[in-house]
Design a protein around this ligand. Structure first.
Ligand code: GLN
Length: 236
């Protein structure tokens, strides 16, 4: 059994990001492995023994609502990341996994410092379908919509490269950030529904921590691959 922590399902779930949890749970079930999903709410308990931590996107206001609660959990989250727990953080959660997000209005929302990234709001939103070529899991396909521009520090590497001119900041063609088993990305959609290799890479890493090193049983991903191909053909 794998335990999946779902951070702030009420505040941080735009563009279908909760679907990432459903994709992981379903891909485990198809292989006869149980998933236990633990939602974490503002002020609520958080299990410390988890395998995968997932957080979705949220508008600036929602990030403000969860900000203080999230920062109060910073040392626990950093210890989990250091221990090899797998993280997938999308957009607003990705920004807050970093050092800080400073909104366009100059409001500073501190992050938890799990990823060495910093984000500043800008007047231009980066919007559209995007695909990203990665070393970890091939092509990822999703949708992005954010005003925050993210700069990567030396403690992370980019998740991948985008040709669209959007991604982390619209200028250096990087998308997302990775350190150890922690992944941040701007791709909504939910990204895992159109990026099955990435879903399995997260599961493979989580299972490897339990000593399961055998290959995951292959699944029929033809529908997901068709959906990805259609999205790649529609840049906006
Ligand atoms: N509020 C953040 C921004 O616009 C994150 C938005 C999101 O999660 N889609 O940059």
């Amino acid at each position: 059994m794998l335990t999946l922590i779902h951070l702030y399902p009420r505040e941080m779930n735009i563009y279908g990001d909760t679907g990432n949890i459903r994709v992981l749970a379903r891909r485990l079930a198809w292989r006869g492995i149980e998933a236990c999903v633990e939602p974490v709410t503002v002020g609520g308990p958080m299990p410390t023994a988890a395998d995968i931590v997932l957080g979705g996107g949220g508008q600036d206001a929602a990030q403000g609502e969860i900000g203080a609660d999230f920062v109060a959990r910073a040392s626990t989250l950093r210890a989990m990341a250091d221990d090899g727990v797998v993280f997938l953080a999308i957009c607003g959660s990705y920004q807050l996994l970093g050092h800080e997000f400073v909104t366009q209005e100059g409001v500073r929302i501190p992050g938890v410092g799990v990823l060495d990234v910093t984000t500043h709001g800008s007047p231009t939103r980066l919007i559209g379908n995007n695909h990203v070529d990665t070393a970890d899991a091939g092509r990822l396909v999703g949708y992005e919509n954010h005003s925050g521009l993210t700069t990567l520090g030396s403690g992370v590497r980019p998740l991948g490269r985008t040709e669209s001119g959007r991604g982390n900041n619209g200028s250096d063609r990087t998308e997302g950030a990775v350190r150890d088993n922690v992944f941040g990305t701007y791709l909504h959609g939910p990204v895992l529904a159109k990026s099955p290799r990435f879903a399995d890479e997260l599961l493979r890493r989580a299972l490897a921590r339990h000593g399961h090193s055998q290959e995951l049983e292959p699944l029929d991903d033809s529908l997901a691959e068709q959906a990805a191909a259609v999205a790649v053909g529609r840049p906006r």
